[in-house]
Design a protein around this ligand. Structure first.
Ligand code: FE2
Length: 315
């Protein structure tokens, strides 16, 4: 990474090239981004009423907070209005809705301190999304729902854009991961005990770059960026939205960011929806990314993901 573009007026084609080269784009709040954040904020404020969602952690027990989130997050993810607002954003940013695919927007929260997590260090977990079977042309769209501080931001670790780091992504299988997610959801397990792809040894995370933009601002970056969530010491819970996109021409040409150290199995591509009509990617595109037997996959309606019902047995 050597350039942060602010409110650039590049076409989507040019912008994607820059993002695949490791640059990052930041945009000021505009009507289409504010509309998505306002909707998330409205649902959050209803859910945490009478408290301000950012301060609710100081008023209610963690179990109650987690129970509210367990209803709020799926409500936002699955709401038809959320998808419509994302499509509106993509159009506003000059994406071709006939060729751009997106996944449903996720609402994320990062409480101050160790309130919800087992320890403050848990928050950091530096990673590339490509460790989790995202395509190399995946772009991440990240928006804070409320204003953030440096102490509640996300961080990029730019020296590792082109430099591999030792990691366990080769043990990650996306369809197994989704199966375990289903099991956890069915058992109402609160903490996520799945083994995530992660660093195999400690590395220097400095220098890091944190971008602080106002609520409704947008940080747009490659899913291959090495990034992390900053341990939140701001005193308030952070609320953010993110979703991913991929352009079918880049998928077909297998172009995108360089792959320096990602080796997962499976692909997230089955989860993406076309901007124009919410259709799925064609089989011939998926086949380019299925490096693993994909037969026998099942679809989970609640989680909107494909999973492998039984582990592959090797004879
Ligand atoms: Fe990420």
């Amino acid at each position: 990474m050597n350039t942060l573009f602010f409110d650039s007026s590049h076409s989507d084609d040019i912008r994607r090239r820059h993002l695949y080269n490791g640059q990052v784009s930041v945009f000021s709040p505009r009507p289409s981004t504010v509309a998505l954040c306002d909707f998330a904020r409205q649902l959050s404020e209803e859910a945490f009423s009478p408290f301000d969602p950012r301060d609710a952690q100081h008023h209610i027990p963690a179990e109650e907070f987690a129970a509210i989130l367990a209803k709020l997050k799926p409500k936002f993810i699955h709401h038809p209005k959320s998808k419509d607002l994302v499509r509106g954003m993509l159009e506003d940013f000059g994406c071709d809705l006939g060729r751009t695919y997106f996944d449903v927007p996720r609402m994320r929260t990062m409480a101050h301190g160790g309130y919800l997590s087992s320890g403050i260090a848990y928050a950091l977990h530096p990673h590339r999304d490509t460790w989790y079977a995202s395509p190399l042309c995946q772009l991440n769209w990240w928006l804070p729902i409320y204003d953030i501080e440096s102490e509640s931001a996300m961080a990029f670790h730019p020296r590792y854009w082109g430099q591999p780091v030792p990691n366990t992504s080769s043990t990650y299988d996306h369809y197994e991961w989704n199966r375990d997610a289903r099991r956890s959801a069915a058992k109402h397990i609160k903490s996520d005990t799945r083994t995530q792809p992660r660093l195999e040894k400690e590395i220097d995370l400095e220098p890091q770059v944190r971008i602080v933009c106002p609520a409704g601002g947008l940080i747009l970056f490659s899913g291959a960026q090495f990034h992390s969530t900053v341990p939140n010491t701001s005193g308030r819970t952070r609320f953010s939205i993110d979703f991913r996109t991929a352009h079918i021409d880049d998928l077909a040409a297998r172009q995108g960011a360089p792959n320096v150290d990602s080796a997962p199995k499976g692909t997230t591509l089955r989860e993406l929806l076309r901007g124009a009509d919410l259709s799925r990617l064609p089989a011939e595109i998926l086949a380019l990314y299925e490096d693993h037997p994909a037969g026998g996959l099942a679809f989970d309606e609640d989680l909107q993901v494909w999973y492998r019902p039984e582990p592959i047995t090797h004879s």
